[in-house]
Design a protein around this ligand. Sequence first.
Ligand code: B16
Ligand code: MG
Length: 214
Amino acid sequence: MKNKAVLFDLDGVLVDTAKYHYLAWQKLAKELGISFTEADNERLKGVSRDKSLEILLSLGEKTFSEKEKARMATQKNEDYIQYIYHMDETAVLPGVLLLLKQLKIERIKIGLGSASKNARLILERTALEPFFDAIIDGNSVIHAKPNPEVFLKGAQELGVKNEDTVVFEDSEAGCQAGKQAGMYVVGIGEQKNLPSADLVVKDLDGFTINTIFG
Ligand code: B16
Ligand code: MG
C-alpha cells in the first residue's frame, strides 16, 4: 500500500505500563502522606510526567518548591525505570505483533507518538523497536496532547500526508490530538471515554488493517 502510515501511542495501546507508573507514583504518594488510588491513576494516563506530578500533589494539601518537585519527578522516574528493566516481549498487548507484521507486509509506515520520555527503552525491552520507521516521544515535542504536535511530527518524519495517517490512542486527549492533526483515529478502550475517536475498539486483539485501509 503506497504512502500510508499509522502512528501508535505506547502506553495502553502497545504495552500496559500504566501499572508500573501507578506503583511508582503510589510509592511517592505514600512518602508524602497522600492517598493515591488506582482511580486517581486513571487521570494520569497519556499525561506528561510533570503534569502527572501536579495532579498527584493536588490530592494533598502541601505545596512544594520547583526544586522539590523536580526531585520528586526524578525519584518517581528512577523507581518506574526499575520496573521497565524487567519488561520483555511478553508485555506486548494481544494483537499488536500480528498487526505490526501485517503493516510491514503491506509496506505501511509505522511511527510512535508517545508522551513518554522512556519510550525508546520500552520499545527496546519489548523487542518492538525494529518495527518503527519513526519514534516521536516526550523528548521530541514541546506541546503535550491534546496538542497535535506529536502526530504532525510523526507524519512529517514518515513523509506521509496527515489525511493518509491513522492514529491508535487510548486517551481522549490523544484522540483529540489525532483529530486536530487531520488524521483518522482509532480509540482503544470504551466508547464513552473516547468521544473524539472515529472508531473505538476494546483492544487490538484480532484487529486487521482491512478495518482501516480496506
Ligand atoms: P514518562 P503514552 C504516557 O505514555 C503515559 O500514559 C503517562 O501515564 C505518562 O505520565 C507519560 O507517558 C509520560 O511518561 O514519565 O515515561 O516520560 O500513553 O503517551 O504512550
Ligand atoms: Mg496512552
